[in-house]
Design a protein around this ligand. Structure first.
Ligand code: KIV
Length: 271
């Protein structure tokens, strides 16, 4: 088994949809990997695993640690490391230094960063130096305070052009793929048909070249999930039910049963 490559993902444009999910740990990566083309080690790890309110508190060391786990747990999917807030925006040189570290220390194949036109120069700098870049436009969670919340983008005609310009700029700069998050469906479809790179939707359009969601959202870990997520399981419910039964069995001394305890090899001596 070998991993999918960036050119193989690029060749899917207008053909077969690209299946992407987030992963932060080795066991989750192992379960998802047979079914995915891309595993994104998203900075959403801060909110999903560490209980943060936003992704802004996630640092590069955390992303590298989780990236290493996902690479260890997978064999087939292309693994992408999300660059955390503050690790790439300052200059192309800062971005190259930190992206190179993320790839070298994890064994992942590509990085993702947020931003459109303002990041085009950096995307070109990284791509020219051999770092495959996935861009991210529309709702960019690292800009949550400027946007004023996790708000859907492009719901009025007047808002379309800047987002379209962002998607075109990052594709022109060399991004092999672009995540388009939480934008009005017709705009996501238009972007997909207007750019030559792979467009991955999250709250986008079925016409996008692929889809991504946060795995814990689609698996139903929490009672709440964004509107653009479809729940394919109720893992949260299954964990609650299992914990409830475990607690009852501990209290009633049903657990551990004879099959869960160790007997002596010899009869205990009477002393
Ligand atoms: O951080 C993340 O998980 C993401 C995806 C949801 C696109 O950016």
């Amino acid at each position: 088994m070998r991993r999918l490559t960036v050119p193989e993902i690029q060749a899917r444009k207008g053909r077969e949809p690209v299946v992407c999910l987030t992963a932060y740990t080795a066991p989750m990566a192992k379960l998802l990997d047979p079914h995915t083309d891309i595993l994104l080690v998203g900075d959403s790890v801060g909110m999903v695993l560490y209980g943060m309110d936003t992704t802004l508190g996630v640092d590069l060391e955390t992303m590298i640690r989780h990236g290493q786990a996902v690479v260890r747990g997978s064999v087939r999917s292309l693994v992408i490391i999300d660059m955390p807030f503050g690790s790439y925006e300052e200059s192309p040189a800062q971005a190259f230094r930190n992206c190179a570290r993320a790839l070298a220390e994890t064994g992942a194949q590509a990085i993702k960063l947020e931003g459109g036109r303002r990041m085009a120069e950096t995307i070109a700098f990284l791509s020219e130096r051999g770092i495959p870049v996935m861009a991210h436009v529309g709702l960019t969670p690292q800009a949550v305070h400027r946007i004023g919340g996790f708000k859907t983008q492009g719901r009025q005609d007047k808002d379309w052009q800047p987002i379209l310009d962002d998607a075109k700029a990052v594709a022109e700069a060399g991004a092999f793929a672009t995540v388009v998050e939480a934008v009005a469906e017709p705009l996501a479809a238009k972007i997909t048909h207007s750019v030559p790179n792979i467009v991955i939707g999250i709250g986008g359009s079925p016409e996008c070249d692929g889809q991504i969601v946060v795995s814990e959202d689609m698996l139903g870990f929490d009672a709440w999930a964004p509107r653009f997520v479809k729940r394919y399981a109720d893992i949260g419910g299954a964990i609650s039910a299992a914990a409830e039964t475990y607690a009852a069995e501990v209290k009633s001394r049903q657990f551990p049963g004879p099959e869960n305890i160790f007997t002596m090899k010899e009869k205990p001596s009477k002393s």
